[in-house]
Ligand binder design. Structure first.
Ligand SMILES: C[S@@+](CC[C@H](N)C(=O)[O-])C[C@H]1O[C@@H](n2cnc3c(N)ncnc32)[C@H](O)[C@@H]1O
Length: 159
């Protein structure tokens, strides 16, 4: 994938994000250098992309310079440099899709699900569903996924 920023999405994950994000208004929680952001922007109506960009974990390398280089030209992406928990409660509109790819520890995933539900998404999708703590948190709230493709699991909340 030479044209995409660095990140952890596999070819299967990219195909699944393209399918889930087609025509959608998307809230992306976790962008890093913008790999998923670019993929989503190519198919989505609009992407609000949130990341604190202070490294993974915090204090590690700054992801903002490569992210900005990749994302700034994209007209349908709003760049939000913020902590999820500070920014998402300020939103009042509904999103079609929330893509959760932040920290993968249980408590943080539960927190991110709680934030995602504030914007009433039709679909909630998780990256790294093969991580035990991501799967545990997601399953406790939503049950079994409607679909798993690559390491992306998605839950449809409306028909
Ligand atoms: C696994 S990376 C995201 C990878 C990206 N989706 C991709 O396709 O390459 C996780 C990102 O979530 C961000 N993050 C984790 N917890 C966060 C929080 N509470 N608020 C803001 N950003 C957070 C980190 O800064 C990191 O860039």
């Amino acid at each position: 994938m030479p044209d995409l920023p660095e990140g952890w999405l596999s070819t299967a994950d990219i195909a699944e994000l393209r399918r889930l994000g087609a025509g959608a208004t998307v809230l992306e929680l976790g962008a890093y250098q913008g790999r998923s952001t670019v993929v989503l922007s190519e198919v989505a109506k609009y992407v609000v992309s949130v990341d604190r960009h202070q490294g993974v974990p915090v204090g590690d390398a700054d992801s903002l310079p490569p992210y900005l280089e990749a994302i700034r030209p994209l007209r349908n992406v709003a760049i939000v440099v913020a902590y999820f928990e500070d920014f998402v409660p300020l939103l009042r509109c509904a999103f079609d899709l929330v893509f959760i790819d932040g920290q993968h520890e249980y408590a943080e995933v539960v927190r991110d699900i709680t934030l995602a539900l504030l914007v009433d998404p039709a679909i909630v999708a998780f990256h790294d569903w093969d991580y035990d703590e991501v799967r545990q948190a997601g399953s406790e709230v939503f049950g079994d996924p409607n679909r798993v493709h690559g390491s992306v699991a998605s839950f449809r909340r409306t028909l």
